[in-house]
Design a protein around this ligand. Structure first.
Ligand SMILES: Nc1ncnc2c1ncn2[C@@H]1O[C@H](COP(=O)(O)OP(=O)(O)OP(=O)(O)O)[C@@H](O)[C@H]1O
Length: 307
């Protein structure tokens, strides 16, 4: 469990994080979503005691990072996958980390196995692909078998296979009852990865809710209907007070649910080829909720360049 309350960080004239309060529950993947520069990394650094808040605090299991007796056994983090010494092997890197944190050496082999790096454990980490480096970073985060895990933009720059692996691995960690908090500016990725969302813009909380609620709240839910008798169906729906828009070979109906549309079609003896509720995307939801209050427009690209 992570709890931020009134968390604030000022760098000179920049208010990077402003009076931010949210909580992250155990047993779920919680997405930390916001455009570039929204304050996600700063929040994560404060959570890990790498930066001090100007005001407020953030606690892990009720304690500030500095108060944790055995930090690595409580919280693991992947902030930057490329910080490993390039000439060190994955095993040597993890062994060094384990030793300096009084973690038994056998745990090194366990985490290498968990992330699928056993076969390359003795190769130079400097030669690793970004995907392999991310796995090594995750192995390091898991060394102390912590209850709480923080990942900052873990899928940035990864290929689809790497992205899928990370997503499934996070679900698995949450399934084991851990608290998994993962930041991203890739909205569609978060829709697939996270069941809860903490959304920020310009250092401030925009919303905290389930991913489903966030999308439902912001999007106009519509129903797509296809029929070989479109004009007749159109007329029936308008008569029943639905708003109907033509979309080529389909109608997009709002103000009426799919059950009602099906009943109207049946009553009029009209054939349907498709009747599908359209839920809005996370992108739409984000734009709608944040409006112009955040400079999100450049952050909407699906594939951001690797950092
Ligand atoms: N050490 C620092 N000194 C000065 N300003 C900083 C520092 N770290 C972050 N900032 C500023 O604070 C704001 C929030 O940055 P932060 O990196 O936390 O955002 P972010 O949401 O993680 O964005 P990104 O996805 O681009 O990393 C930005 O305006 C950034 O320029």
């Amino acid at each position: 469990m992570i709890e931020a309350s009134g968390l604030t960080k000022r760098y000179g004239n920049t208010l990077a994080v402003s009076d931010l309060s949210f909580s992250v529950a155990a047993g779920k993947v919680t997405g930390f979503l916001g455009p570039n520069g929204a304050g996600k990394s700063t929040t994560m650094r404060m959570t890990l005691g790498l930066d001090n808040p100007t005001a407020g605090d953030v606690r892990i299991g009720g304690k500030r990072y500095h108060e944790l007796k055995d930090p690595l056994r409580t919280v693991g983090a992947l902030l930057d996958a490329k910080w490993v010494h390039p000439n060190r092997s994955a095993r040597a890197h993890l062994t060094w980390m384990a030793r300096s944190n009084r973690i038994p050496k056998r745990r090194v082999d366990e985490v290498l196995e968990l992330v699928g790096l056993t076969a390359v454990a003795d190769k130079r980490a400097g030669g690793f692909s970004l995907g392999m480096s991310q796995r090594l970073g995750i192995a390091a985060a898991l060394l102390g078998d912590p209850e709480v895990l923080l990942f900052d933009e873990p899928v940035n720059g990864l290929d689809p296979e790497g992205i899928l692996w990370i997503r499934q691995f996070m679900h698995r960690l949450a399934g084991e009852g851990r608290t998994v908090f993962v930041s991203s500016h890739l909205l569609s990725e978060m829709a697939l990865t996270a069941t809860e969302l903490v959304v920020i813009g310009k250092g401030q909380l925009i919303s905290q809710s389930s991913t489903e609620e966030f999308v439902a709240r912001a999007s106009d839910n519509t129903v797509k209907v296809r029929s070989p008798q479109l004009p007749a169906l159109h007329q029936q729906l308008v008569q029943a007070s639905a708003q109907v828009a033509d979309a080529g070979e389909a109608l997009i109906v709002s103000g009426m649910d799919s059950a009602k549309i099906g009943e109207i079609a049946a009553a009029a003896g009209l054939v349907l080829h498709e009747l599908s509720p359209q839920t809005g995307s996370l992108e739409q939801a984000f734009m709608q909720i944040t409006g112009d209050s955040v400079e999100y427009h450049t952050g909407l690209a699906e594939q951001a360049p690797a950092r």
